[in-house]
Design a protein. Sequence first.
Length: 65
Amino acid sequence: MAVADRASEILRQVDEARQARQEQCVRLLNKLAPVLQEAKKSNRERQQAPRFHPFKYLRDDEIGL
């Protein structure tokens, strides 16, 4: 009987740990969702108006500088 009790206790602990981990994942995803939405929006804006890189337009010869 002790083995059966111990097995059910282990299963209960495993279930509690799984449930706690699942709740942690839900909280993490809830925190990340707004950040990811903002990053997605920022990426879309960057594609529409790419950043200006002045060094692309500078020449390295004597006359260009």
